[in-house]
Design a binder for this molecule. Structure first.
Ligand SMILES: [Zn+2]
Ligand SMILES: [Zn+2]
Length: 360
């Protein structure tokens, strides 16, 4: 089906509380620089769940989904490095490459004419703007990365969101960096453990409250710290034992503003604090300017990533796929026709990512 049928199968989201709709569309003519990709596997991100729940407003009707891996079907001219048949993943955003944010500030993810996959109306461009479909059209300003054969689909699919973002986050840490505390042992936190362990950080602590997730931290090179009330004070002694004067960096990936005062306490003078997870409005911080000044802290925000972070993410997976059990993070695939069931399982949060097999 798919390519051979010359039609695309799509799951359409009309808004919170409304059932998904399936449709068959003719495959579009693609423009210069565009690439038509047959999606093979997609994963359901927390941001998809927020949109489905109505916690964030996005244009509808739309095709959701931005995390995926697929095979190139056809290439508009001007794309010399990508050819039909290539197995690829892609940046979650399309940027112009010419505005000051793209060229001078080196924040293409904040491009003045940014387009984000999985968050656009079906009336925008070809309409094939999301991963919960048999096909997606990648636009001319989208970074496309070839994927080595040795990486399974379920290892690659979440890389263009969580892993690339963490590659960006850890690229900002001080050097030397011997001890880091990661606040949160979800997908971002586990990737951070592996990235920092491979970078040679001696002590990578990861604070988490779920018993199931605490067990996974060691598998990814981190030292679990039990963050549950009644356990944390004892568990944090492991941090102060090796970093008597504070850790070099703290990375927040839990999305919980109440953790920030403890993060500030744990930092050494001159330490770095990366804020990654609190991408929602309920994140007022209990923090004084004096604390930041007297401790000479650097606090930085990380939102998404630039093309070179995605290149690095795929290289990192290639180098470490035999070392860390990435497939345990992703559920067995649901067929695209059962996307609603996949979403329900994702909402239960038993898996870091629920996967969807998009060819039917
Ligand atoms: Zn995502
Ligand atoms: Zn731009």
């Amino acid at each position: 089906m798919g390519n051979s049928s010359q039609r695309a199968f799509v799951q359409i989201f009309d808004g919170p509380g409304q059932a998904l709709r399936t449709e068959w569309w003719p495959l579009p003519e693609i423009g210069a620089g565009d690439v038509l990709v047959e999606v093979q596997l997609a994963t359901i991100c927390g941001s998809d769940l927020h949109t489905i729940a109505g916690h964030r407003q996005e244009p509808t009707p739309s095709i959701l989904g931005h995390e995926g891996v697929g095979r190139v079907v056809s290439v508009g001219n001007e794309r010399r490095t990508i050819t039909p048949g290539d197995r690829v993943t892609w940046s979650i955003a399309d940027s112009c490459g010419t505005c000051p944010l793209c060229t001078e500030t080196h924040l293409p993810q904040k491009c003045r004419s940014l387009f984000k996959y999985g968050h656009a109306a079906i009336t925008d461009g070809s309409g094939l703007n999301g991963c919960y479909a048999s096909h997606i059209v990648l636009r001319r300003g989208t970074h496309i990365v070839k994927v080595p054969d040795l990486l399974p689909d379920n290892v690659v699919a979440p890389a263009n969101c969580a892993l690339a973002t963490m590659v960006n986050a850890v690229s900002r840490l001080p050097d030397p960096c011997r001890s880091v505390v990661i606040q949160g042992g979800g997908l971002l936190g586990l990737y951070a453990c592996a990235l920092l362990h491979e970078r040679g950080v001696e002590h990578v602590f990861c604070v988490e409250v779920s018993e199931q997730r605490l067990k996974q931290i060691g598998l990814f090179g981190g030292i679990p710290v039990d963050g549950r009330p009644g356990h944390y004070l004892q568990s944090r002694a492991a941090i102060t034992a090796v970093a008597q004067y504070g850790v070099d960096a703290v990375i927040e990936v839990a999305g919980v503003a109440a953790l920030v005062p403890e993060g500030i306490r744990l930092l050494r003078p001159g330490g770095f604090y990366g804020l990654v997870g609190m991408v929602h409005p309920h994140t007022q911080l209990d923090l004084t300017g004096e604390q930041i000044i007297r401790k000479c802290l650097t606090i930085y925000g990380v939102h998404n990533y630039a093309p070179w972070h995605l290149d690095r993410a795929i290289q990192f997976l290639e180098q470490t796929v035999r070392k860390y059990p990435y497939p345990v993070l992703v559920s067995p695939p649901f067929p695209l026709t059962e996307l609603d069931s996949a979403i329900q399982v994702a909402q239960a949060k038993d898996w870091h990512r629920v996967s969807v097999r998009t060819q039917i």
